[in-house]
Design a protein around this ligand. Structure first.
Ligand code: ADP
Ligand code: ZN
Length: 519
């Protein structure tokens, strides 16, 4: 067996070089340290735990929520000569017994298992006899209720570190903002883990938002410009996918629909046809895409507004995996927001959870309504600082009017600083505009030097400019602290006068609407 990571990469995976971060992550795991890996989909997370699994003595337990994908992953490993297996409900009980036996006698290097399976029966008790050398937690954002895909069964993973304090844990995810990251570490009891964040930038994806009127007509002319290139249209509802697919079919396109209500055979047939380019266009709900490995998807259209930036980013990320230029379009109208808001309000979530969902939806709204480079907004959501505009989004291509807003930014940021980073939008605006309301007086904020320094702007102008500041990464927001604004290194540069800020001139909604009608 090869004894170093480079040889393993070549021998088992056939690659000559590591991608950025992969080698450091593997070294960290090999040094028995816990780590959290953030990499976009397709970034190459798997080898970060598969290579240590091969190199370490003993068994690596891989926690994964997607039973449907385990089989493929295990087969891929086996075909590369690595002893791997999975345990889930798709196996008969004698097959499961056999896998457990292999784990016990040390025949396996990797064992994939869903959390609910790990904690059912006696499996967790058996672990201590299996010489476990590493825990890899895939899709680890599922452990956090701050993430967009919380799965309660992930919560039990908090016992891993307590029961196996000497076994390193590597948590991996493609989507986690700063709050979710912190929560993952806390929930897994690996607060001293090293954190690796790969760039989330996908410069080959163009970003466009179109007004949400006559969507079908706009889609047809878009597809005509993307002559026979494969693409995905995401719709909110199952019914929607069927209607859109039918109208494309009757216009002569090779399109079909896909949603979780279809029989499994029909689903795998549609998926297969798309992979083989027999169908050009898939019209789908979010049920489509997890684990679909088609590298030449040339465009993704969102017929409706997604519920949050993480999902949106994951969905557009299915385009252009081969690195070639690909286009993404989001249709947006004010009604999409209302629909989403109603869905949240009518759901049976707790009040706290609803508030979080509203906040996440609001970030999606900010992307849709942005007057600054849309890629900046996406990347700042993942806490990535960006130095220049991308040139590959509709805003970059049709710039809005900007003005020097350094003083406005400094006023807002010093309001945040003077209140010890405890205030959210409403209170900050009250302070800046010098409103002596009960809340302001209760906290004694009328005593602050920043009180009333922003009377030259109306409340709605402040709201717009503060949103722009947030979008451009000039500050952060803490969802877990009542959406209080937080200063970051960029904020401090602005406050010290080391960085200029330009914002887009505020256009009242009424005027903006009129402008959209002209398009
Ligand atoms: P993720 O789990 O982050 O979505 P994967 O681990 O599935 O991504 O990797 C995505 C693709 O990149 C796979 O086809 C994988 O084989 C490939 N890959 C991973 N590491 C390398 C590398 N160092 N060089 C070339 N290709 C790589
Ligand atoms: Zn841009």
């Amino acid at each position: 067996m090869p004894d170093n990571k480079q040889e393993v990469l070549k021998k088992y995976f056939g690659y000559d070089a590591f991608r950025p971060q992969q080698a450091d992550i593997i070294d960290t795991v090999m040094a028995d340290k816990d780590c959290l890996v953030l990499m976009p989909t397709g970034g190459g997370k798997s080898v970060c735990f598969q290579i240590p699994a091969i190199l370490r003595n003993g068994l690596t337990i891989v926690i994964s929520p997607l039973i449907a994908l385990m089989k493929d992953q295990v087969e891929a490993l086996r075909s590369n000569g690595i002893n791997a297996a999975f345990l889930n409900s798709s196996l008969s009980s004698s097959e499961q017994d056999q896998v457990m036996w292999q784990a016990k006698v040390g025949e396996l290097k990797l064992l994939y298992i869903a959390p609910e399976r790990l904690f059912s029966g006696n499996t967790f008790e058996f672990l201590k006899d299996w010489n476990v050398s590493l825990f890899a937690i895939d899709e680890s954002h599922c452990i956090s209720s701050w993430g967009h895909d919380f799965r309660p069964e992930y919560r039990q993973l908090n016992t891993l570190k307590l029961r196996f304090p000497n076994v390193p844990v590597i948590a991996l995810t493609a989507t986690a903002d700063r709050v979710t990251r912190r929560d993952i570490l806390k929930q897994l009891n690996i607060e001293n883990a090293e954190i690796f964040v790969a760039s989330f930038d996908r410069p080959n994806l163009s970003l466009t938002v179109l007004p949400g009127r006559k969507r079908l007509q706009q889609i047809q002319s878009f597809i005509n410009k993307h002559d026979s290139q494969p693409g995905i249209i995401y719709c909110l509802s199952r019914k929607g996918t069927e209607t859109v697919a039918a109208s494309l079919q009757s216009a002569g396109f090779k399109a079909d629909f896909y949603h979780a209500g279809l029989a499994p055979e029909k689903r795998s047939r549609v998926q297969e046809q798309f992979l083989k380019d027999d169908i050009q266009i898939i019209v789908a709900t979010i049920a489509f895409g997890m684990g679909i490995d088609k590298s030449n998807v040339r465009w993704v259209i969102h017929y409706n507004l997604p519920s949050n930036v993480e999902s949106f980013y994951q969905e557009i990320g299915r385009a252009g995996r081969d690195g070639s230029p690909s286009d993404t379009v989001l249709f947006y109208s004010y009604l999409d927001i209302i629909t989403r808001q109603d869905m949240i309000n009518n759901s049976d979530q707790s009040a706290e959870q609803k508030e979080l969902l509203h906040a996440k939806l609001n970030r999606m709204k900010q992307y849709a309504e942005a007057d600054i480079c849309r890629r900046r907004i996406l990347l700042s959501y993942f806490n990535e600082a960006v130095d220049k505009d991308c040139g590959n989004c509709d805003v970059c291509q049709n710039p809005r009017t900007r003005f020097d807003a350094t003083i406005i930014a400094q006023k807002a940021l010093s309001g945040i600083a003077r209140t010890n980073q405890k205030v959210a939008m409403g209170m900050l605006i009250d302070i800046l505009r010098g409103s002596r309301n009960r809340n302001v007086l209760h906290y004694g904020y009328e005593q602050l030097p920043t009180f009333g320094v922003g009377t030259e702007l109306r409340g709605e102008e402040w709201a717009e400019y503060i949103s722009q500041l947030l979008n451009s990464g000039a500050m952060d927001i803490a969802y877990d602290e009542a959406h209080a604004f937080k200063l970051n290194p960029v904020s401090r540069q602005i406050l010290k006068g080391e960085r200029k800020v330009e914002l887009v001139k505020f256009i009242p909604l009424a005027e903006r609407k009129a402008r959209e009608e002209e398009l």
